[in-house]
Design a protein around this ligand. Structure first.
Ligand SMILES: *Cc1c(COP(=O)(O)O)cnc(C)c1O
Length: 410
């Protein structure tokens, strides 16, 4: 393994480096201001005030109307679970849930469990070849039997953005709640919750240069919320357990930094991403940028390479000091192709070759230069030894008609 400092880190959608300014702001809350926010003396009051400030910072980033619309949680997974479970509990006669086929495992596995164990009917709405939700199918699934629709703001594997404000309005027409997993969008896209009808939104600290193990769930004022963790009266009785004060402080600073850097970073990171993607497509045959014609996050590029496996690519990239991933943590170690690329009907010879490059404010032009030296070489090397080599690909994959050339550049 390379020393961390030498790594070209292109896996920001998996996690980001905690910003040094965030770390610095957190430190006193471990050792100096370690009080419990619920304690009535000064040390506790100091911690409570820090939590209050952090809540206001997250509120500002989201354009929420009130600070107490935010509940601090342990991260994106908990926020997603809390939103969906609360909605079902609050409307016991509504036994259906709408999601997209490309949700994060935090939503998908919960819904599979609800279907199997609680008799909940789940509608996974398909996406088109660019990863955009099928709005007609969404409308058709929507009824007064639906407790909640949960559609991600931006996809973690492809960066494709869904029209969540419009989707929320359609849910409100039948009295269903609308939740969005915005873990990948927060800090990268401008968000103004007050101008939407979104009822609940999940975010996670470590995806926006904050610490791991802390996040938040936005719950619009007036929405009935059913706590999933029972205990003390923290978070106004909505999420029991002593607050993760250092984590919450860190999340607040990360939110403030994201708000002030977003416009500039959008342009700079988008430029880096576009150059990386354009040059890989120019230098490597038989690959496609997945979802590139849809509205996308500025930092994400998912490239599907035909005839080779993403695991092999990622292993060789790692040996060359480049960190990238398949995009779905749950698929690592298994030989299942990504559920996102499958849902987008990526060509059969490329669906196992998806590599996600995801950038952040930490990346530089030099990182992209290095990736552009390594990626084409790695792909060429693997294809040279691949049993499904490019030259004999149509026979090797047993396709009945059509050439490899014709099917990969979609
Ligand atoms: C990372 C991620 C999550 C999970 O967040 P954690 O804080 O790691 O639990 C959920 N949804 C999306 C889209 C993500 O990218």
């Amino acid at each position: 393994m390379s020393e961390p400092a030498d790594i070209v880190y292109l896996d920001a959608n998996a996690t980001t480096r905690t910003d040094p300014r965030v770390v610095e702001a957190m430190l006193p809350y471990f050792s100096l201001y370690y009080g419990n926010p619920s304690s009535k003396y000064g040390l506790g009051g100091h911690a409570a005030l820090a939590v209050k400030r952090a809540r206001e910072r997250v509120q500002a980033l989201l354009g929420a109307a009130q600070p107490h619309e935010l509940i601090f949680t342990s991260g994106g997974t908990e926020s997603n679970n809390a939103a969906i479970l609360s909605a079902l509990e609050a409307a016991p006669r509504r036994r259906e849930v709408i999601i997209s086929a490309v949700e994060h495992p935090a939503v998908l596995s919960l819904c599979a469990w609800l279907e199997k164990n609680k008799g909940i009917r789940v509608h996974p709405i398909p996406v088109d070849r660019q990863g955009r939700l099928d709005i007609l199918a969404y409308r058709e699934a929507m009824s007064d039997r639906v407790a909640i629709a949960s559609i991600m703001w931006a996809n973690n594997e492809t960066g494709v953005i869904q029209p969540v404000a419009d989707l929320a309005e359609l849910a409100k027409e039948v009295g269903a709640l609308f939740h969005t997993d915005a873990v990948q969008a927060v800090g990268k896209c401008p968000i103004d919750l007050q101008s939407t009808m979104i009822d609940m939104l999940s975010l996670s600290g470590h995806k926006l240069h904050g610490p791991k193990g802390v996040g938040a769930l936005y719950v619009r004022a007036g929405i009935r919320f059913k706590p999933q963790i029972k205990g003390g009266q923290q978070e106004r009785g909505r999420r029991a357990g002593t607050e993760n004060v250092p984590g919450i402080v860190g999340l607040g600073i990360a939110a403030e930094l994201a708000a002030s850097a977003m416009a500039d970073e959008d342009i700079r990171v988008r430029g880096l991403r576009d150059r990386l993607e354009r040059e890989i497509l120019a230098r490597v045959d038989h690959c496609v940028a997945v979802g590139a014609r849809a509205e996308r996050l500025p930092n994400t590029s998912n490239i599907a390479f035909s005839f080779i496996d993403s695991e092999a690519i990622i292993t060789l990239l790692d040996r060359a000091g480049i960190a990238a991933s398949m995009g779905s943590a749950c698929a690592t170690g298994s030989f299942e192709p990504s559920h996102v690329l499958l849902a987008m009907k990526v060509a059969e010879d490329a669906v196992r070759g998806g590599v996600r490059f995801s950038l952040s404010r930490d990346n530089t032009d030099a990182d992209i230069d290095r990736a552009l030296e390594v990626v084409p070489a790695v792909v060429a090397k693997l294809r040279a030894i691949s049993p499904f080599g490019v030259d004999d690909a149509p026979q090797a994959v047993g396709r009945s008609s059509g050439s490899a050339q014709g099917t990969t550049h979609v």
